[in-house]
Design a protein around this ligand. Structure first.
Ligand code: PLP
Length: 434
């Protein structure tokens, strides 16, 4: 066993050697050291030797929908570990992956039929883009290789996903001259409950028609634009996109990496609109937040198109594709979700967030408060002071991760009413201090 290190030593080594998301090196931030996590609580240590329990308001970025250290999910990993932790997926297959793929096809909208098991959300978006470009190339239309998206989205940090985030003001603007040149529409106006604005719908249709010859696909986050701004929009716009894509021979990709598995109140956000995409990306809550795995689903039409091409294969095959541990826990997580009235639980959290965040509107500097499913957002009229806001939340016993002008929460679905109220109070405190 290695020598135990003190909290102070661990944090010093972290600062010196470990990259964190969107962090400089050596690190400037002071991350909290998590000792363990169970249910909806994270146990963290501080350098002075104390420990504290924080209610998790983040589900580890949308993923830990069942909370942490769940006996059913632990058992799924352990059981699989005793059989095999990993084997290559080239030329081999195994039950957890096969079951998972069939399950995803069963749950997602018709006519999605084929599943690529990727190893992260960003990679699943890369694969989605590759599928679309390759489909048109195989069909003899290689000029169709651009993507249309809503400005201000977020689809991941690798190259193709970055090109469909916000190229000017967003987090990847450093690369605006280097990334593939895509077509951008403004984000949809209004909120989730607002009717689709006919003028904006006409604008979307016109943009798709105008660029149809060069568009491989439209790619959007359905109903919620997540890390790009936590904006909600009417499902009506998804129907507009579906119609316009059909009319002009453009594929539709829905990135459900954040919204999938119940977060917005329906199993998939596309269900609010009653539409099916040609390609769908899933990740995050797929494994209940246990292990890294994502999936790209496509229709038979897309798959057959690719398979009839000059290169009749989808040329993508990560080493850890279809990892059995991740697939086993994904199967267990889906079973666990569907074995309960998960929609009722999400509704209960939505009600708690609406009640608990209502007071935020009166806080100086708050521009908007919005709630959808198990997502609560307080938007400020200024850039949030992340350190001060986080300190305020942690002081209230809650883990939040504010960014840009947003203090927001997406708690695990198992969060009890008292803890939801506590999270809301901490969001308001963070908005006030940040
Ligand atoms: N797409 C969406 C909508 C996301 O929210 C994210 C992550 O936040 C990604 C893609 C990228 O997923 P990952 O972080 O697993 O690469």
């Amino acid at each position: 066993m290695p020598e135990p290190l003190s909290v102070r030593e661990l944090l010093a080594l972290d600062r010196e050697h470990v990259w964190h998301p969107y962090g400089p090196m050596p690190g400037r931030a002071e991350p909290l050291l998590v000792e363990s996590a169970s249910g909806v609580r994270l146990r963290v240590s501080d350098p002075a030797g104390g420990t504290a329990e924080l209610v998790d308001g983040m589900s580890s970025w949308w993923s830990a929908i069942h909370g942490y250290n769940h006996p059913v999910l632990n058992e799924a990993v352990r059981g699989q570990l005793d059989r095999m932790s990993h084997v290559m997926f080239g030329g081999l297959t195994h039950e957890p992956a096969v079951r998972l793929a069939a399950r995803l096809v069963e749950l997602t909208p018709e006519p999605l039929r084929h599943v690529f098991l990727a190893d992260s959300g960003s990679v699943s978006v890369e694969v989605a883009v590759k599928m679309c470009l390759q489909y048109w190339r195989s069909r003899g239309r290689p000029g169709k290789r651009r993507l249309l998206t809503w400005r201000g989205g977020y689809h991941g940090d690798t190259w193709q996903p970055m090109s469909v985030c916000d190229p000017d003001g967003g987090m990847h603007h450093l690369w605006s001259g280097v990334l593939a040149r895509q077509v951008f529409a403004d984000p949809p106006p209004g909120g989730f409950d607002d009717p689709a604005d006919p003028r904006y719908a006409a604008h979307l249709r016109e943009l798709i028609a105008r660029h149809a010859d060069e568009l491989a696909a439209v790619i959007v986050e359905p109903v919620v634009q997540g890390a790009g701004g936590m904006r909600f929009h009417s499902p009506g716009y998804l129907r507009v996109l579906r119609e316009a894509c059909d009319e002009h021979d453009v594929l539709l990709v829905l990135d459900e990496i954040a919204t999938g598995f119940g977060r917005t109140g329906t199993l998939f956000a596309a269900d609010h609109a009653g539409i099916a995409p040609d390609v769908m990306c899933l990740g995050k809550a797929l494994t209940g937040g246990y292990l890294t795995m994502a999936a790209t689903l496509c229709t038979a039409r897309v798959a057959e198109g690719i398979s009839r091409g000059e290169v009749p294969v989808l040329a993508h095959g990560p080493t850890f594709m279809g990892n059995p541990l991740a697939a086993a826990v994904a199967n267990a997580s889906i079973d666990l979700l569907l074995s309960q009235d998960w929609a009722l639980e999400v509704k209960r959290i939505e009600t708690g967030l609406r009640e608990g965040l209502a007071g935020a509107a009166a806080v100086a500097g708050v521009r908007d408060v919005r709630v959808l499913g198990a997502i609560g957002v307080v938007q400020l009229d200024h850039e949030v002071d992340i350190a001060a806001a986080t300190r305020a939340a942690v002081g209230d016993g809650v883990w939040l991760r504010p960014f840009r002008d947003l203090v927001y929460t997406m708690p695990p679905y198992v969060t009890g009413d008292e803890d939801v109220a506590r999270i809301c109070a901490a969001v308001i405190a963070a908005a006030r201090e940040g």
